[in-house]
Design a protein around this ligand. Structure first.
Ligand code: PMP
Length: 397
Protein backbone atom coordinates (compact mmCIF):
# COMPACT_ATOMS: atom_id res chain seq x y z
CA UNK A 1 0.00 0.00 0.00
CA UNK A 2 1.18 3.50 -0.85
CA UNK A 3 2.23 5.64 2.12
CA UNK A 4 0.77 9.15 2.55
CA UNK A 5 4.02 10.88 1.53
CA UNK A 6 3.80 13.51 4.27
CA UNK A 7 7.36 13.63 5.46
CA UNK A 8 7.96 17.23 4.39
CA UNK A 9 5.10 18.33 6.62
CA UNK A 10 6.83 17.04 9.75
CA UNK A 11 9.97 19.04 10.51
CA UNK A 12 11.12 16.61 13.22
CA UNK A 13 11.71 14.00 10.52
CA UNK A 14 14.59 16.01 9.08
CA UNK A 15 16.37 15.89 12.40
CA UNK A 16 19.60 13.96 12.74
CA UNK A 17 21.29 12.47 15.79
CA UNK A 18 25.06 12.67 15.39
CA UNK A 19 24.71 12.79 11.62
CA UNK A 20 22.21 9.92 11.49
CA UNK A 21 18.64 10.52 10.24
CA UNK A 22 16.05 10.05 12.91
CA UNK A 23 13.48 7.23 12.54
CA UNK A 24 10.48 7.89 14.75
CA UNK A 25 8.64 4.79 15.97
CA UNK A 26 7.17 6.08 19.22
CA UNK A 27 3.93 7.68 18.07
CA UNK A 28 1.92 5.93 20.79
CA UNK A 29 3.85 8.01 23.32
CA UNK A 30 3.16 11.17 21.35
CA UNK A 31 2.68 11.89 17.68
CA UNK A 32 4.86 14.26 15.69
CA UNK A 33 3.37 17.65 14.81
CA UNK A 34 2.92 18.91 11.24
CA UNK A 35 4.03 22.43 10.29
CA UNK A 36 0.44 23.70 10.25
CA UNK A 37 0.06 22.86 13.96
CA UNK A 38 3.34 24.52 14.88
CA UNK A 39 2.36 27.58 12.81
CA UNK A 40 -1.06 27.82 14.49
CA UNK A 41 0.58 27.86 17.93
CA UNK A 42 3.05 30.52 16.81
CA UNK A 43 0.22 32.52 15.25
CA UNK A 44 -1.59 32.54 18.59
CA UNK A 45 1.39 33.92 20.50
CA UNK A 46 2.44 36.35 17.77
CA UNK A 47 -0.91 37.78 16.75
CA UNK A 48 -3.67 36.89 19.18
CA UNK A 49 -2.04 36.38 22.56
CA UNK A 50 -5.05 37.31 24.70
CA UNK A 51 -7.03 35.25 27.18
CA UNK A 52 -10.41 33.72 26.21
CA UNK A 53 -13.87 34.62 27.51
CA UNK A 54 -12.50 37.40 29.66
CA UNK A 55 -12.63 40.71 27.82
CA UNK A 56 -14.47 42.65 25.16
CA UNK A 57 -11.63 43.56 22.81
CA UNK A 58 -11.53 42.50 19.15
CA UNK A 59 -8.58 40.14 19.68
CA UNK A 60 -10.06 38.63 22.83
CA UNK A 61 -13.14 37.78 20.84
CA UNK A 62 -10.94 36.41 18.06
CA UNK A 63 -9.22 34.13 20.59
CA UNK A 64 -12.54 33.05 22.10
CA UNK A 65 -14.03 32.38 18.67
CA UNK A 66 -11.20 30.07 17.59
CA UNK A 67 -11.29 28.39 21.00
CA UNK A 68 -15.01 27.65 20.71
CA UNK A 69 -14.76 26.82 17.00
CA UNK A 70 -12.20 24.14 17.96
CA UNK A 71 -14.64 22.73 20.49
CA UNK A 72 -17.20 22.35 17.70
CA UNK A 73 -14.59 20.74 15.43
CA UNK A 74 -13.87 18.22 18.19
CA UNK A 75 -17.61 17.64 18.63
CA UNK A 76 -17.94 17.04 14.90
CA UNK A 77 -14.90 14.74 14.98
CA UNK A 78 -16.43 12.46 17.64
CA UNK A 79 -20.09 13.15 16.74
CA UNK A 80 -21.51 14.86 19.79
CA UNK A 81 -22.65 18.37 20.64
CA UNK A 82 -20.26 21.17 21.59
CA UNK A 83 -21.36 21.43 25.20
CA UNK A 84 -20.42 17.79 25.72
CA UNK A 85 -16.74 18.52 24.95
CA UNK A 86 -14.70 19.63 27.95
CA UNK A 87 -11.15 20.84 27.44
CA UNK A 88 -8.63 19.80 30.05
CA UNK A 89 -4.94 18.92 30.25
CA UNK A 90 -4.75 15.35 28.93
CA UNK A 91 -6.38 11.91 29.06
CA UNK A 92 -5.14 11.47 32.61
CA UNK A 93 -6.86 14.62 33.80
CA UNK A 94 -10.05 13.80 31.91
CA UNK A 95 -10.32 10.42 33.66
CA UNK A 96 -9.50 11.97 37.03
CA UNK A 97 -12.27 14.51 36.48
CA UNK A 98 -14.76 11.64 36.31
CA UNK A 99 -13.17 9.59 39.10
CA UNK A 100 -13.23 12.59 41.44
CA UNK A 101 -16.46 14.12 40.20
CA UNK A 102 -18.84 11.17 40.25
CA UNK A 103 -21.21 10.98 43.18
CA UNK A 104 -20.46 7.54 44.71
CA UNK A 105 -22.49 5.89 47.47
CA UNK A 106 -20.64 3.91 50.12
CA UNK A 107 -21.34 0.59 48.44
CA UNK A 108 -20.63 1.75 44.89
CA UNK A 109 -17.63 0.19 43.16
CA UNK A 110 -15.83 0.55 39.81
CA UNK A 111 -15.00 -2.21 37.36
CA UNK A 112 -11.39 -1.73 36.24
CA UNK A 113 -9.65 -3.63 33.44
CA UNK A 114 -6.11 -4.95 33.77
CA UNK A 115 -5.22 -3.95 30.21
CA UNK A 116 -5.50 -0.29 31.24
CA UNK A 117 -2.86 2.39 31.07
CA UNK A 118 -2.11 3.63 34.61
CA UNK A 119 -4.26 6.67 33.78
CA UNK A 120 -7.38 4.50 33.65
CA UNK A 121 -6.28 2.38 36.58
CA UNK A 122 -4.87 4.59 39.34
CA UNK A 123 -7.65 7.23 39.46
CA UNK A 124 -10.03 4.39 40.32
CA UNK A 125 -7.70 2.40 42.55
CA UNK A 126 -6.93 5.50 44.60
CA UNK A 127 -10.42 7.00 44.82
CA UNK A 128 -13.01 4.23 44.79
CA UNK A 129 -13.75 0.65 45.66
CA UNK A 130 -12.61 -1.43 42.71
CA UNK A 131 -12.80 -4.91 41.27
CA UNK A 132 -10.55 -5.99 38.45
CA UNK A 133 -10.94 -7.88 35.19
CA UNK A 134 -7.83 -9.98 34.61
CA UNK A 135 -5.99 -11.05 31.47
CA UNK A 136 -5.74 -14.22 29.44
CA UNK A 137 -2.32 -15.83 28.97
CA UNK A 138 -1.59 -13.88 25.77
CA UNK A 139 -2.23 -10.51 27.41
CA UNK A 140 -5.70 -9.91 26.02
CA UNK A 141 -8.51 -8.97 28.40
CA UNK A 142 -10.55 -11.76 30.02
CA UNK A 143 -13.84 -10.62 28.52
CA UNK A 144 -15.81 -13.48 30.04
CA UNK A 145 -15.00 -12.13 33.51
CA UNK A 146 -15.82 -8.60 32.37
CA UNK A 147 -19.33 -9.64 31.32
CA UNK A 148 -19.81 -11.70 34.51
CA UNK A 149 -18.76 -8.88 36.83
CA UNK A 150 -21.23 -6.53 35.16
CA UNK A 151 -24.01 -8.70 36.58
CA UNK A 152 -22.86 -7.57 40.04
CA UNK A 153 -23.69 -4.00 39.07
CA UNK A 154 -20.65 -1.78 39.46
CA UNK A 155 -21.35 1.94 39.29
CA UNK A 156 -19.10 2.31 36.24
CA UNK A 157 -16.98 0.14 33.95
CA UNK A 158 -13.67 1.79 33.01
CA UNK A 159 -12.64 0.33 29.66
CA UNK A 160 -9.91 0.92 27.07
CA UNK A 161 -10.61 1.07 23.36
CA UNK A 162 -7.06 0.17 22.32
CA UNK A 163 -4.31 -0.94 24.69
CA UNK A 164 -1.12 1.11 24.59
CA UNK A 165 0.83 -2.03 25.51
CA UNK A 166 -0.58 -4.65 23.14
CA UNK A 167 -2.23 -2.45 20.50
CA UNK A 168 -5.29 -4.71 20.73
CA UNK A 169 -8.70 -3.20 20.08
CA UNK A 170 -11.46 -4.19 22.47
CA UNK A 171 -15.05 -4.93 21.32
CA UNK A 172 -16.17 -1.72 23.03
CA UNK A 173 -19.61 -1.50 21.43
CA UNK A 174 -20.58 -4.87 22.89
CA UNK A 175 -18.88 -4.05 26.21
CA UNK A 176 -20.82 -0.78 26.53
CA UNK A 177 -24.09 -2.37 25.49
CA UNK A 178 -23.64 -5.11 28.10
CA UNK A 179 -22.81 -2.54 30.79
CA UNK A 180 -25.95 -0.56 30.00
CA UNK A 181 -28.08 -3.69 30.20
CA UNK A 182 -27.13 -3.82 33.86
CA UNK A 183 -27.48 -0.07 34.42
CA UNK A 184 -23.69 0.39 34.57
CA UNK A 185 -22.06 3.61 33.36
CA UNK A 186 -19.07 3.40 31.02
CA UNK A 187 -15.90 5.42 30.60
CA UNK A 188 -13.74 4.66 27.58
CA UNK A 189 -10.06 5.59 27.33
CA UNK A 190 -9.65 6.43 23.63
CA UNK A 191 -6.07 7.78 23.86
CA UNK A 192 -4.72 5.07 21.54
CA UNK A 193 -7.71 4.54 19.28
CA UNK A 194 -8.61 8.12 18.38
CA UNK A 195 -5.43 8.63 16.27
CA UNK A 196 -6.29 5.62 14.09
CA UNK A 197 -10.07 5.11 14.02
CA UNK A 198 -13.14 7.24 13.47
CA UNK A 199 -15.10 7.26 16.72
CA UNK A 200 -18.79 8.05 16.93
CA UNK A 201 -19.70 8.44 20.60
CA UNK A 202 -23.40 8.42 19.83
CA UNK A 203 -23.38 5.13 18.00
CA UNK A 204 -21.12 3.65 20.70
CA UNK A 205 -23.46 5.13 23.31
CA UNK A 206 -20.48 5.55 25.65
CA UNK A 207 -21.14 7.71 28.72
CA UNK A 208 -17.69 9.26 29.10
CA UNK A 209 -14.65 9.23 26.81
CA UNK A 210 -11.16 10.63 27.30
CA UNK A 211 -8.30 11.36 24.90
CA UNK A 212 -5.25 13.59 24.43
CA UNK A 213 -4.65 15.96 21.52
CA UNK A 214 -0.94 15.21 21.49
CA UNK A 215 -1.45 11.68 20.18
CA UNK A 216 -3.51 12.95 17.21
CA UNK A 217 -0.97 15.37 15.67
CA UNK A 218 -1.94 18.07 18.19
CA UNK A 219 0.08 19.80 20.89
CA UNK A 220 0.77 18.58 24.42
CA UNK A 221 -1.22 20.07 27.28
CA UNK A 222 -4.69 19.54 25.85
CA UNK A 223 -7.04 16.70 26.69
CA UNK A 224 -10.70 16.13 25.93
CA UNK A 225 -13.34 14.76 28.22
CA UNK A 226 -16.52 13.81 26.39
CA UNK A 227 -19.56 13.11 28.53
CA UNK A 228 -23.28 12.82 27.91
CA UNK A 229 -24.78 16.19 28.81
CA UNK A 230 -26.92 14.95 31.71
CA UNK A 231 -23.92 13.18 33.25
CA UNK A 232 -21.54 16.13 32.86
CA UNK A 233 -24.15 18.34 34.50
CA UNK A 234 -24.04 16.11 37.58
CA UNK A 235 -20.26 15.83 37.73
CA UNK A 236 -18.74 17.71 40.67
CA UNK A 237 -16.06 20.06 39.28
CA UNK A 238 -12.57 18.80 40.10
CA UNK A 239 -11.31 22.38 40.30
CA UNK A 240 -12.87 25.70 41.23
CA UNK A 241 -11.81 29.16 40.14
CA UNK A 242 -12.20 31.79 37.44
CA UNK A 243 -13.96 31.19 34.16
CA UNK A 244 -16.43 28.59 35.45
CA UNK A 245 -18.82 30.81 37.36
CA UNK A 246 -21.63 33.23 36.47
CA UNK A 247 -21.97 34.75 39.90
CA UNK A 248 -19.96 34.66 43.10
CA UNK A 249 -21.08 36.13 46.41
CA UNK A 250 -20.00 35.36 49.94
CA UNK A 251 -22.87 32.99 50.47
CA UNK A 252 -23.83 31.91 46.98
CA UNK A 253 -21.95 30.82 43.87
CA UNK A 254 -23.60 30.10 40.55
CA UNK A 255 -21.59 27.99 38.13
CA UNK A 256 -21.77 28.55 34.37
CA UNK A 257 -23.46 26.12 32.01
CA UNK A 258 -21.63 23.25 30.36
CA UNK A 259 -18.91 22.91 29.33
CA UNK A 260 -17.51 25.97 31.14
CA UNK A 261 -18.53 24.80 34.62
CA UNK A 262 -15.84 22.10 34.29
CA UNK A 263 -13.10 24.37 32.88
CA UNK A 264 -11.79 26.40 35.81
CA UNK A 265 -8.83 28.72 35.21
CA UNK A 266 -7.09 29.92 32.05
CA UNK A 267 -7.03 27.03 29.57
CA UNK A 268 -4.21 26.04 27.23
CA UNK A 269 -5.33 28.39 24.45
CA UNK A 270 -2.31 27.96 22.19
CA UNK A 271 -2.78 24.18 22.30
CA UNK A 272 -6.41 24.60 21.31
CA UNK A 273 -5.29 26.72 18.33
CA UNK A 274 -2.81 23.99 17.42
CA UNK A 275 -5.41 21.25 17.72
CA UNK A 276 -7.75 23.20 15.47
CA UNK A 277 -5.11 22.95 12.73
CA UNK A 278 -4.45 19.27 13.53
CA UNK A 279 -8.14 18.44 13.06
CA UNK A 280 -8.15 20.16 9.66
CA UNK A 281 -5.05 18.23 8.66
CA UNK A 282 -6.67 14.93 9.72
CA UNK A 283 -9.84 15.86 7.90
CA UNK A 284 -7.84 16.36 4.70
CA UNK A 285 -6.21 12.94 5.05
CA UNK A 286 -9.57 11.33 5.88
CA UNK A 287 -10.05 9.09 8.92
CA UNK A 288 -11.02 6.18 6.68
CA UNK A 289 -7.69 6.42 4.83
CA UNK A 290 -5.82 6.79 8.12
CA UNK A 291 -7.48 3.66 9.51
CA UNK A 292 -6.75 1.66 6.33
CA UNK A 293 -3.12 2.72 6.40
CA UNK A 294 -2.78 1.84 10.08
CA UNK A 295 -4.26 -1.62 9.46
CA UNK A 296 -1.75 -2.10 6.67
CA UNK A 297 1.18 -1.02 8.89
CA UNK A 298 -0.10 -3.17 11.72
CA UNK A 299 -0.11 -6.31 9.50
CA UNK A 300 3.31 -5.36 8.16
CA UNK A 301 4.81 -5.00 11.67
CA UNK A 302 3.27 -8.27 12.88
CA UNK A 303 4.67 -10.13 9.86
CA UNK A 304 8.14 -8.73 10.61
CA UNK A 305 7.94 -9.85 14.24
CA UNK A 306 6.82 -13.34 13.26
CA UNK A 307 9.81 -13.62 10.88
CA UNK A 308 12.26 -13.31 13.79
CA UNK A 309 12.20 -16.36 16.04
CA UNK A 310 13.72 -14.45 18.98
CA UNK A 311 10.78 -12.05 19.19
CA UNK A 312 7.49 -12.83 20.94
CA UNK A 313 4.57 -10.55 20.23
CA UNK A 314 2.58 -9.35 23.27
CA UNK A 315 -1.17 -9.84 22.94
CA UNK A 316 -1.02 -12.73 20.48
CA UNK A 317 -2.00 -12.71 16.83
CA UNK A 318 -5.38 -12.91 15.16
CA UNK A 319 -7.03 -10.11 17.15
CA UNK A 320 -7.94 -6.69 15.76
CA UNK A 321 -4.98 -4.45 16.51
CA UNK A 322 -3.45 -1.08 15.76
CA UNK A 323 0.11 -0.54 14.56
CA UNK A 324 1.21 -0.14 18.21
CA UNK A 325 3.04 -3.41 18.80
CA UNK A 326 5.10 -4.72 21.73
CA UNK A 327 7.31 -7.75 21.95
CA UNK A 328 9.80 -9.43 24.23
CA UNK A 329 13.20 -10.63 22.99
CA UNK A 330 14.59 -14.01 23.87
CA UNK A 331 17.95 -13.78 25.63
CA UNK A 332 17.83 -10.02 26.23
CA UNK A 333 16.94 -8.93 29.74
CA UNK A 334 17.93 -5.27 29.58
CA UNK A 335 15.87 -3.80 26.78
CA UNK A 336 16.70 -0.23 27.81
CA UNK A 337 20.32 -0.80 26.72
CA UNK A 338 19.09 -2.12 23.39
CA UNK A 339 16.87 0.91 22.94
CA UNK A 340 19.86 3.17 23.64
CA UNK A 341 21.95 1.43 20.97
CA UNK A 342 19.07 1.73 18.49
CA UNK A 343 18.87 5.43 19.25
CA UNK A 344 22.54 6.33 19.38
CA UNK A 345 23.83 4.20 16.51
CA UNK A 346 20.81 4.03 14.22
CA UNK A 347 18.72 7.13 15.06
CA UNK A 348 15.70 4.97 15.95
CA UNK A 349 13.32 6.21 18.62
CA UNK A 350 11.18 3.43 20.11
CA UNK A 351 10.04 2.57 23.62
CA UNK A 352 10.96 0.04 26.28
CA UNK A 353 9.75 -0.61 29.82
CA UNK A 354 6.39 -1.33 31.40
CA UNK A 355 4.72 1.31 29.19
CA UNK A 356 2.64 2.71 32.10
CA UNK A 357 0.66 -0.52 31.87
CA UNK A 358 2.47 -2.43 34.57
CA UNK A 359 -0.36 -4.82 35.56
CA UNK A 360 -0.42 -6.04 31.94
CA UNK A 361 3.30 -6.05 31.18
CA UNK A 362 4.18 -7.72 34.52
CA UNK A 363 1.57 -10.42 33.94
CA UNK A 364 2.65 -11.38 30.44
CA UNK A 365 6.27 -10.34 29.95
CA UNK A 366 7.95 -9.69 33.30
CA UNK A 367 9.62 -6.32 33.72
CA UNK A 368 9.94 -4.93 30.23
CA UNK A 369 8.86 -5.05 26.62
CA UNK A 370 9.98 -3.20 23.53
CA UNK A 371 7.30 -1.27 21.64
CA UNK A 372 7.19 0.31 18.22
CA UNK A 373 4.30 2.46 17.13
CA UNK A 374 3.57 4.15 13.83
CA UNK A 375 1.43 6.94 12.49
CA UNK A 376 0.50 8.60 9.22
CA UNK A 377 4.08 9.74 8.46
CA UNK A 378 5.60 6.28 9.07
CA UNK A 379 6.73 4.27 6.05
CA UNK A 380 7.48 0.59 5.53
CA UNK A 381 11.10 1.68 4.98
CA UNK A 382 11.14 2.94 8.59
CA UNK A 383 9.85 -0.40 9.80
CA UNK A 384 12.31 -2.40 7.64
CA UNK A 385 15.14 -0.24 8.94
CA UNK A 386 14.07 -0.91 12.53
CA UNK A 387 13.90 -4.70 12.11
CA UNK A 388 17.15 -4.89 10.13
CA UNK A 389 18.94 -2.78 12.74
CA UNK A 390 17.52 -4.87 15.57
CA UNK A 391 18.67 -8.11 13.88
CA UNK A 392 22.12 -6.62 13.33
CA UNK A 393 22.46 -5.80 17.05
CA UNK A 394 20.98 -9.12 18.19
CA UNK A 395 23.50 -11.03 16.02
CA UNK A 396 26.23 -9.53 18.18
CA UNK A 397 24.53 -10.24 21.50
N1 PMP B 1 -4.34 5.97 28.13
C1 PMP B 1 -3.63 5.39 27.18
C2 PMP B 1 -4.15 4.15 26.52
C3 PMP B 1 -2.40 5.95 26.80
O1 PMP B 1 -1.67 5.36 25.85
C4 PMP B 1 -1.95 7.13 27.42
C5 PMP B 1 -0.63 7.77 27.02
N2 PMP B 1 0.43 6.91 26.90
C6 PMP B 1 -2.76 7.69 28.40
C7 PMP B 1 -3.95 7.09 28.73
C8 PMP B 1 -2.34 8.93 29.12
O2 PMP B 1 -2.27 9.99 28.26
P1 PMP B 1 -1.73 11.39 28.80
O3 PMP B 1 -0.35 11.11 29.31
O4 PMP B 1 -1.75 12.26 27.61
O5 PMP B 1 -2.63 11.81 29.89
Amino acid sequence: MQSFDLRDDFPFLSRQIDGVDVVYLDSAATSLKPNCVIEAITHFYQNVATNVHRGKSYVTEEASNIYEQTRYKVANFIRCSGNEVVFCKNTTEAINMVALGLELDSDDWILVCSDAHHSNFLPWQQNAKTRYVGLLDDGSLDLETYYKLLEEKPKLAAITHCSNATGLYLPVKEMIEAAHKHGVLTLMDAAQSIPHKAIDVQSLDVDFMAFSAHKVLGPTGLGILYGKKALLEELKPMQWGGGMVDWVALDNTQTRKLPHRLEAGTPNISAVFGFNAALDYIDKLGMENIEKYDNFLSDYIVSKILENKRLTIIGGVGHARSSTTSFSIQGVSNLDDLSRILSDSYGIICRTGHLCAQPLVSAVAGEQVMRISAYVYTTTEDIDFFFNSLSEILDFM
